[in-house]
Design a protein around this ligand. Sequence first.
Ligand code: ADP
Length: 258
Amino acid sequence: MQALPWYQDTDGECAVFEAAHRARLPVLLKGPTGAGKSRLVEHMAARLERPLITVACHDDTSAVDLVGRFVLEGGETRWVDGPVTRAAREGAVLYLDELAEARSDVMVVIHPLADHRRQVFIERRNEVVEAAPGFMLVVSFNPGYQRGLKELKPSTRQRFVAIDFEYPKPELEQAILQREAGVGRDEARKLVALANRVRGLDELGLAEVPSTRLLVSAAKLMNVGVPARQACRVGVVRPLTDDPEVRGALDDLVAMVF
Ligand code: ADP
């Protein structure tokens, strides 16, 4: 059996996820990138002993991609289930990452699956697939990203139980860095201090502030022997900005903390 992917609960989200599964309700994970959304889903799917099917949605993701299509094989047409139909049949946890990115026809598929019907309607075959027991729909959404351009409609959002993701409290984020990257307490503490300084600097005009994921990357570099300042520059600062002035200001901050 595969080991349970480790997840640090930060605000009771594991219990909410488990309750939603028991109550057969879909879950919406809201929050910035790198905040632990996917890891929570991996952890909970393993804990609930359900297979996990993940789809990374992008602006070409269509209803057909999700539900399935007829393919031509040696002159014959054969139906192939898409990931949503497969997940419904198998009673899997279905994770649609960044659902707001997908084409709008996808919502027509999501709605009957996200409410009490728990059904996939396969228009091309005039078939209704009832989701098997254990099936759970989970979607993620980054409210800050491209604000105003990609939103989820209220009619979609209101079908979900929603869990907010903020960056974890310092002691929990430190614990994540120690466990994920194997760095010591002092390095973890300094990385989190650096991140929280940057997170508080609105005047830098960063599109996104450093995520837990970036801190894990820097910590991993430190753990394999990259000097702390360099690890922060290439692991945290460079991925965040291309602006030479902002980069300079962040590099100075790194030098103050380490
Ligand atoms: P998201 O799906 O929100 O973009 P991920 O779940 O991929 O983010 O998280 C990025 C990385 O950050 C993970 O691979 C893991 O190393 C770390 N991480 C973030 N939050 C947690 C957490 N609460 N518990 C364990 N690891 C975490």
